[in-house]
Design a protein around this ligand. Structure first.
Ligand code: GCW
Length: 672
């Protein structure tokens, strides 16, 4: 049967006969469930049995116990184990294979850990694997709307069928929860941050409760994005009528407290609120001359009695032709450090602008020691080629997480900021904007499943390398033939840089098509706002290219620690990936590659396209090892990507040439 991609990495087809497969078959014969009837523990048992029966192609019995001299898997709930609450320890004792954890959730993650070990053909001999999550809240943010559309979603429509809920429960809700649990995701915000106030109505809350009930046995908490003006919008229908959403108004505060109570009655483990306020036209506390802290703290007080948290986004920027959007979030949030209630987390996008193919890390990381900062990555490929481009994002996530903020001196990486170790944050969180949708294979581009997978795994352990993540995903999802694994791994690892090369090389950014954020539009000069044009960002002129963010320009570089500034503020030594982020460079300046800026720019665009052709060749070479349906799907999308890459290259090279007035260097052909 052809594989339609629905099962993601949870494929439990029988393992081919091999030494390890024989080892598994001999050792894993029965399961002794944990002494707990919690739904999460039951999920763990159900998943382990399903996985083993599939992979080993035999019945696995459940036994009340498996003794030390019997082959089998034993779940051990040990509250005094030296593990974090959700961590696990997999090891062998006599003939037993043990999944040990302090909590039922730990057992669930341990189960998926063991299955992953088998799916990637790890040996059971000497098995001794301890794993603890480095970040507490590992979240997906869905930008899903009431009408079933998804903002910046490209894989079909929303998974949530609001009009059917709560009476009809699509079985897919549970499949979704399984997939998330298997990679350690434990929280989801189900609706768009550009939030409809409807999600706060009784009509919708029972729908959300129905989803929460499906997710709970998989260890997943539900959050809701809120419209800050909900009291005013919905208060119109209440008596007495509420005419404001001012966070300092006692009636508004009471409205939110009552709302929180209503939600917690339905969903006792409700996670809390996610808020986009005073950003891109959304309402917020500034509408009433209050600060982000006033707004966040008001909501925080509403959910505090039930242990909820408020995740307040820092994605803010106002139109200022003289200013630099790069600095806006920093300027608005940095002064508020220390003013937020203890159950508020501020969620910051990885870069200072907006999920561009490549951005330096946001200067807020390391700058707010008294406020827990969460990372927001995009998994959906808004600026990364939608579902027609193979772009493995683990490389991009790692580049950001491993960037050094120097906040406490050398080695204070972004990862250490968000995992709480740098500033001892009591709360830690990381969010990925989901790339899932109603497409049969969940993510549109089959290979984009790897981005969902890698996000979850990195949220659990940011120390995992992109090579490891690629390997795991390929073996669990596509093939275990070593030569094919190697080729596909190489494809994944180079894919992000390839995409950057044919779209925004050398630190260019925000030159994409304006409305749908697809394809090139570097020539865009006019828009409703200056910072929604392209020329604002690339600043091409007869002299050169790039945004000067040094002291002679916007001076945004000073938002970083001196050590970071020292790396980036000299155009001669600034790493090339960030060059045009920080410097306006003359066309004839010689770069560290030995080429002039103009020639290097052309080279990157042309080599980017050649890189896509290489991906096509590599994919063709593994054809015999890949399911036919998946092979054809990816091959087709790579061909589309090649066409799109040519379009990017020709559009950008010809456009920038009108300023550079220099020939395209040999051996590259001039576009027609
Ligand atoms: O990247 C931009 C998107 C908007 C999005 C916004 C945000 C949800 O183009 O669609 O709105 O970011 O993150 O709030």
């Amino acid at each position: 049967l052809a594989d339609d991609g629905y099962r993601l990495w949870l494929k439990y087809d029988p393992l081919p006969v091999s030494a390890v497969q024989k080892e598994y078959t001999a050792l894993l014969t029965a399961i002794a469930p944990p002494p707990s009837d919690s739904p999460v523990a039951q999920t763990a048992v159900k998943e382990l049995r399903k996985g083993l029966e599939g992979l080993l192609n035999k019945k696995i019995t459940l036994q009340t116990s498996v003794s030390i001299s019997e082959n089998g898997v034993v779940f051990t709930l040990n509250p005094s184990a030296k593990l974090d609450a959700e961590g696990y320890h997999l090891y062998r004792k006599g003939k037993q294979t043990i999944i040990e954890a302090k909590t039922e959730k730990g057992l669930l993650y341990g189960t998926f850990g063991l299955l992953r070990h088998l799916q990637t053909l790890g040996s059971l001999t000497g098995l001794d694997l301890v794993s603890n999550p480095k970040i507490q809240l590992r979240m997906l943010n869905h930008w899903d709307n009431v009408l079933g559309t998804i903002e910046r979603g490209y894989a079909g429509s929303s998974l949530w069928k609001w009009y059917e809920l709560p009476e009809r429960m699509d079985p897919r809700y549970e499949d979704y929860a399984r997939a998330n649990a298997s990679i350690g995701i434990n929280a989801v915000a189900v609706n768009n941050v550009n939030a409809s106030a409807r999600f706060m109505t009784a009509e919708y809350l029972i729908k959300v409760k129905a989803l929460a009930d499906v997710f709970r046995p998989y260890g997943i908490k539900v959050f809701l994005s809120v419209n800050f003006a909900a009291p005013r919008i919905l208060g119109k229908w209440e008596t007495p009528e509420l005419k404001t959403s001012d966070p300092l108004d006692p009636q508004v505060q009471q409205w939110w407290k009552d709302k929180a109570k209503e939600i917690y009655t339905l969903i006792p483990d409700f996670g809390g609120f996610l808020v986009k306020a005073n950003s891109e036209g959304e309402p917020g506390p500034q509408d009433y001359k209050r600060t982000h802290a006033d707004g966040a703290n008001m909501l925080a007080k509403a959910v505090a009695p039930q242990g909820g948290v408020v995740i307040w986004r820092a994605f803010v920027y106002s139109p200022n032709p003289q200013g630099d959007r790069f600095k806006e979030a920093y300027n608005e949030f940095k002064p508020l450090d220390g003013q937020f209630d203890s159950n508020v987390i501020v969620q910051v996008k990885n870069g200072p602008i907006d999920f561009q193919p490549r951005e330096p890390f946001s200067p807020l990381f390391g700058a707010m020691p008294k406020t827990p900062l969460a990372m927001e990555f995009q998994i959906t490929q808004e600026y990364l080629g939608f579902t027609t481009n193979l772009t493995f994002l683990a490389s991009m996530y790692k580049e950001c997480l491993e960037s050094d903020t120097y906040a406490n001196g050398k080695g204070t990486t972004v990862a250490k900021v968000i995992d709480g170790s740098a500033h001892q944050y009591p709360l830690t969180a990381i969010a990925g904007v989901a790339n899932t949708g109603s497409d049969r294979n969940w993510t549109g581009h089959f290979m984009s499943q790897a981005n969902w997978y890698s996000f979850g795994r990195l949220a659990w352990d940011h120390g995992l390398s992109e090579e490891t993540l690629a390997d795991e995903w390929i073996k669990m999802t596509l093939t275990r033939v070593p030569s094919a694994v190697k080729t596909i791994r190489e494809m994944l690892l180079v894919s992000h840089e390839t995409y950057v090369n044919f779209t925004t090389p050398l630190g260019l950014h925000h030159i994409m098509g304006q409305n749908i954020h697809f394809g090139p539009e570097p020539w865009l000069e006019r828009s409703r706002r200056p910072d929604w044009t392209s020329i604002y960002y690339h600043r091409a002129d007869s002299l050169g290219l790039g945004f000067d963010r040094t002291a002679s320009g916007s001076n945004a570089l000073t938002l970083y620690r001196p050590e970071v500034q020292a790396q980036w503020n000299n155009p001669a030594t600034c790493p090339l990936p960030y060059l045009l982020w920080f410097h306006h460079v003359a066309w004839d300046t010689r770069l560290s590659t030995g080429q002039t800026l103009w020639n290097e720019l052309c080279t990157r665009y042309y080599e980017g396209v050649n890189g896509v052709a290489d991906l096509q060749k590599q994919w063709k070479s593994v054809e015999n090892h890949i399911d036919e349906e998946i092979f054809d799907d990816v091959a087709g999308r790579l061909a589309v990507q090649h066409r799109e890459a040519l379009n990017w290259r020709d559009a950008c090279v010809l456009y920038f040439q009108t300023y550079a007035k220099r020939p395209i260097p040999a051996p590259y052909p001039t576009p027609e």
